[in-house]
Design a protein around this ligand. Structure first.
Ligand SMILES: Cc1cc2nc3c(=O)[nH]c(=O)nc-3n(C[C@H](O)[C@H](O)[C@H](O)COP(=O)(O)OP(=O)(O)OC[C@H]3O[C@@H](n4cnc5c(N)ncnc54)[C@H](O)[C@@H]3O)c2cc1C
Length: 499
């Protein structure tokens, strides 16, 4: 297993990757294999690798998509398709070791500012070493942001009325305490998404009561945690690399069919999902209130329940659903707008994330502060206003990693193009007449998770053509991105050493 020692990073690298989660490890793999002469480092604020899968330790934390696609194309997944946070982190650690990436990773280093100099054609980054409190600096020609999409320091908790008066304990799953002390307690879990659905079955039996308080319901798909084709192939002694590739292709094809069906037949998809849940609940259960979402299935991720665990706990009377809004907290619990009083010793706020805009780093270009919301994205990877800068943003309709992999390959190709042509700088240039009006970074009519809705004004904009948009269509993008031409008016290159 990779250790988390923190040697000093080099003073300068050709490419600097920020973040040692799924995306940063993927970037490191591709840099090492496609750009063997490029120097690079991965700088990580936490004490170790894993990102999402390091900081989330709440009971039941696991993937919501299967690991044949959440894992990497180059490292077979050999366990059950849906995996615990710990198993995912083990897989990521093995990846770092197996592909000899360890020496490129530098932990406990939080980058706080980045300054671009056009004259020097480089970024100067500074930050703090959290293990010593000392500051550090590093320069790079190309900055590759793999900071994910949510702020790791603090989860999102709405500012509910009366919160200060509540005398019980409040826990956000993003910072799960070592001793939550839930035994025999009246617990309210606020939230409706994947975190709620995975946490609640795990704690339901130890608590005196568990009430899920949700403002609006989510779609659930339920399945066992098995992949019969993988098991069959394994029984035939098929090499793990083949099994991984076959199941990965199968999953991507299935997700495509599902997405097409959800988009072409939204009402039918909605009622099929709702019926699947209703079939697992006792006769007469109020499915209309608690499991009939107001959005369409294609607009947010459909959460997965394994072996019906959440529904079994509801059916057994261990979990009560309340679909309503919070009126106020009081000393002993919560009152809802429709007048329900829910007593609580502990409230778990599974209410999601705060968006991380540029990893909390303040950016300047030639001394001028960058306002990210004024920049326009090129393919959801590069950004106007930010030279030699990229963000690995993953897939939203299937496993995050599937798009991360495409982006890594695109960026390695871009770096090769720059080297071959002696270019020192690349920057997208948007022509307003071709690109107005501007739109949101994530098109909310197609996909509208809460964190993006709450922070849409902070993110970069999209233009009117696919070249200027974050694609939500992985299948189209996986055809286009590998051949995307860099000789386009919208990418401006400057020769090396000539600003
Ligand atoms: C509980 C949970 C379950 C999920 N399940 C799935 C799933 O099943 N399928 C799926 O596709 N997605 C899932 N996701 C989304 C998940 O976040 C992504 O799949 C993926 O793990 C994100 O990887 P990442 O490397 O892009 O970002 P992250 O995992 O967020 O890692 C980013 C890293 O960058 C570091 N960083 C940020 N800013 C700085 C800075 N200024 N200086 C230094 N370091 C910095 C952070 O410390 C962090 O380690 C889930 C998310 C959660 C929270």
């Amino acid at each position: 297993m990779t250790t988390s020692t923190t040697p000093n990073p080099p003073r300068h690298v050709d490419v600097l990757v920020i973040g040692a989660g799924i995306a940063g490890i993927n970037a490191a793999y591709h840099l090492k294999h496609s750009r063997p002469d490029t120097t690079f480092a991965v700088i990580e604020a936490h004490e170790s690798y894993g990102g999402t899968w390091l900081i989330h330790t709440y009971p039941g934390v696991r993937s919501d998509t299967e690991l044949y696609t959440l894992g990497y194309s180059f490292k077979p997944w050999t366990g059950p398709p849906y995996a615990s946070g710990e198993a995912i982190r083990t897989y990521l650690g093995e990846t770092i070791e197996e592909f000899e990436l360890t020496s490129h990773f530098f932990y406990n280093r939080k980058v706080v500012s980045a300054q671009w100099s056009s004259e020097q054609q480089l970024w100067r980054l500074s930050g703090t070493d959290s293990s010593t409190g000392a500051s550090f600096e590093i320069t790079t020609n190309f900055l590759w942001m793999c900071h994910g999409y949510f702020n790791h320091d603090k989860g999102y908790t709405p500012d509910w009325p009366g919160l200060d008066e509540f005398e019980g304990r409040i826990i956000h799953p993003q910072r799960w305490p070592e001793n939550p002390d839930l035994g025999g307690k009246k617990v309210v879990v606020i939230g409706s998404g994947a975190t709620m659905a995975t946490l609640v079955p795990e704690i339901a039996d130890e608590c005196a009561s568990v009430t899920v308080l949700q403002r609006s319901p989510t779609y659930f798909f339920q399945s066992p945690n098995v992949e019969p084709l993988a098991d069959q192939l394994r029984s035939l002694d098929t090499p793990e690399e083949w099994i991984h590739d076959i199941i990965r292709r199968k999953s991507v094809a299935e997700m495509k069919s599902l997405t097409d069906i959800q988009q072409q037949f939204p009402e039918m998809s909605a009622s099929a999902l709702i019926s699947m849940v209703a079939a697992q609940l006792p006769d007469g259960y109020d499915v209309a209130s608690h499991f009939t979402p107001r959005h369409l299935p294609s607009e947010q991720r459909v959460c997965r329940i394994l072996d019906g665990d959440l529904l079994k706990k509801i059916s057994a009377g261990r979990v009560t659903m309340v679909t309503d809004e919070i009126e106020t907290f009081f000393r002993g619990g919560i009152t809802t707008k429709q007048g329900t009083t829910i007593p609580a010793d502990v409230v778990i706020t599974a209410t999601g994330f705060n968006l991380s805009v540029l990893g909390g780093i303040s950016f300047t270009v030639d001394g001028s502060e960058v306002d990210f919301s004024k920049s326009v994205t090129h393919r959801g990877i590069l950004f106007t206003e930010l030279p030699n800068f990229a963000w690995s943003f993953g897939a939203l309709r299937l496993s995050w990693t599937m798009r991360i992999d495409l982006v890594s390959q695109y960026l390695c190709r871009l770096l090769a193009h720059m080297e071959e042509n002696h270019f020192g700088v690349v920057q997208p240039v948007v022509y307003p007449e071709e690109n107005s009006p501007l739109h949101e970074f994530i098109n909310s009519s197609q996909f509208n998770p809460g964190y993006a809705q709450r922070s849409r004004n902070l993110l970069a904009r999209s233009g009117s053509t696919p070249e200027w948009q974050l694609s939500l269509d992985f299948w189209a993008e996986s055809d286009q991105l590998p051949d995307a031409n860099f000789l386009t008016n919208s990418l401006q290159f400057s020769s090396r050493g000539k600003p």
